[in-house]
Design a protein around this ligand. Sequence first.
Ligand code: E4P
Length: 218
Amino acid sequence: MKFFIDTANLEHIKEAESLGILDGVTTNPTLMAKEGIKGQNNILKHYVTICEMVNGPVSAEVISTDFDGMVAEGNNLAALHPNIVVKVPMIKDGIKAIKYFTDNGIKTNCTLVFSAAQAILAAKAGATMVSPFIGRIDDGNWDGVQLIEQIVHIYGIYGFPTEVLAASIRSSLHIVKCAEAGADIATCPLSSILGLFKHPLTDIGLEQFLADYKKVNG
Ligand code: E4P
C-alpha cells in the first residue's frame, strides 16, 4: 500500500518525506486555506513547491463545477509539474472532465466519493485514483472501511486499473484496516503516519537492551 500525506503543510510534508516511506501528497481547498495559502498565484506556487519536495503524485483540486471550467483549470494545473494529479469532484461534469483528462493523458483523482456506485462511475471514466472519504462515512455512523473493501472487490472483478485511495483517514488504525481491505493508497495526516510507530513493548524492549549493553560495556 502506498502512503500519501494529506496536507498542504510544508513542515509535515518534509517530516514524512524524511522517513523515506512517502509516495505522494493530497491537498484540497480546505487544507490550502488552513495553511493560509490564498490567491491563485500563491496557490499554484505552493503546488509547485510541494511537487519539488516529493517524488510522487501530488493531487491539486479544481474549484470549478462546470465541465469547461474544470478542463481549463485542470489543464493549467497539469502543466505546472509532471507530479500533478488533477483532483475532480464526483459530480456529472466532474465525470465528463475525468473522461476528457483520461483521453488527454492527464492523471486524475476523483474526490468526494461516498458510495460504490460513485466509485464505478469514476473507474468507467478512467480516473487514475478514486478517493472514498472513510472518516466522514464513519462520522455518519456507517462503515468507511467496508466501502473500501466493496470498491476493491468490484474493481478486482472487472480489472479496473483505477487505484483505490482511502481518504479522510482519522487514525493509525484506519491505515491498518485500509491495508487489510486492500486499498492501493492511504492518504493520511502526519499524526496517523507517526502513530504507526507506537508500541509500548518496543519502548520497554529498547530501554532494556540499551541498559543491558551499558551494564556490560559501561
Ligand atoms: C483527501 O484527498 C481528502 O480531501 C481528505 O482526506 C478529506 O479529509 P477530511 O474528511 O479529514 O476533511
